[in-house]
Design a protein around this ligand. Sequence first.
Ligand code: IPE
Ligand code: MG
Length: 228
Amino acid sequence: MDGNGRWATKRFLPRLVGHQQGMSSLRRCIKACSERGVTVLTVFAFSSENWNRPAEEVSGLMDLLMVALSREVPELNKEGVRLHFVGERTGLSDKVLAGLAQAEAATASNTRLVLNVCFNYGGRWDIAQAASRLIAQGKIVTELALGAAMALAHVPDPDLIIRTGGEQRLSNFLLWQAAYAELYFSDKLWPEFDEAALDEALAAYTQRERRFGKTSAQVAAIGDATAK
Ligand code: IPE
Ligand code: MG
């Protein structure tokens, strides 16, 4: 969800207003995904590197998270959205930790859409914490075991990764899980990423041929590249 700051700056508004607008955009996106039959949505809300931003912006983002949690959970419940917070817990305040746990518990029985909010998250952090856990348990670090020890093990790997804001990089998002994901880059700033923009991304995705290492002819013959 990139581009909140630029959206605000273009309008001579404080960056935090951009983040507030970004939150509305996320609400719209969750609803649109749910309506379109998407069952897992994973968003990058705060990266391990975002602590390096000015203190005022960091505390503003924490406050925004707390406000959103208290405001949005009833609506998410109505829409059948199950929340998971994915990321390092160390470094987050007790207040934030309690808020995350409460929101996860309050939405735990919902089944329509899993919403993973990556917060204090980094792809490298996830790989390292998964490997450390396996080693601590005396297990061998295989691809299968590592995948199962990752913070996102409760959902399948993503089919499509969308980055808004014009930048064409992953910036430490889902490094392990992105292995076979289709990448889509939108020049729209995140607050401007609306239903039409989402539909464009989904339409682009349907045009891609996913081969998972196979040939085009093989995929055409079996119909599904993930089949044996
Ligand atoms: C939002 O966009 C993503 C967060 C880190 C919360 P940015 O804050 O990175 O916006 P730009 O890139 O400065 O426009
Ligand atoms: Mg940015």
